[in-house]
Write a protein that binds this ligand. Structure first.
Ligand SMILES: Nc1nc2c(c(=O)[nH]1)N=C([C@H](O)[C@H](O)COP(=O)(O)OP(=O)(O)OP(=O)(O)O)CN2
Ligand SMILES: [Zn+2]
Length: 140
């Protein structure tokens, strides 16, 4: 089994709705997303001979997915009053709503699904919220 690893980071704010503690406040992270994709086989001909996928293509795909969330406020749907949400949107703040609580765990699953959607055999996605704290999503 061959495993390729690449990573990309983005800056975004979030808060944990219903959390008792400092993380219920809006705060920012430089989120670091590490993607690992794997294959039993390598290309046997052409430009990609000896590769599963060109690192350039892998990096580009992850970057596109990650950049969508750069410099936005990530919220869980229903976690802000309608009037608050509208006021923020009226100010043209970029707000991305998810049906899930934006924890590192759920964000790892989000990126996993996005990379699967691009045709990768994804081994693991790890999302670092801080340099010390990360969550990974792997499918058995
Ligand atoms: N299992 C999880 N626990 C927590 C999550 C999470 O996503 N999964 N998230 C948070 C908060 O978002 C918070 O930003 C992280 O809190 P904390 O680790 O306390 O952050 P620090 O800034 O103190 O980071 P250090 O690198 O540890 O100094 C809370 N829990
Ligand atoms: Zn946080």
């Amino acid at each position: 089994m061959y495993t390729l690893k690449t990573e990309h980071s983005f800056d975004a704010a979030h808060f944990l709705y219903g959390y008792e503690g400092k993380c219920s406040n809006i705060h920012g992270h430089r989120w670091r997303v590490v993607a690992e994709v794997s294959s039993d086989e390598l290309e046997t001909t052409g430009q990609n001979r000896g590769m599963y996928v060109d690192f350039g293509d892998l990096k580009k795909d992850l970057k596109e997915i990650v950049d969508y969330l750069d410099h936005c406020l990530i919220i869980e749907t229903g976690s802000l009053k309608e009037t608050t949400l509208k006021a923020l949107q009226d100010e043209n703040f970029r707000i991305i709503q998810f049906a899930f609580r934006p924890t590192a765990e759920n964000m790892a699953k989000y990126f996993y699904d996005k990379m699967i959607g691009r045709g990768y055999r994804v081994k693991q996605i790890t999302v670092y919220e801080t340099p010390n704290n990360a969550a990974s999503y792997t499918q058995d």
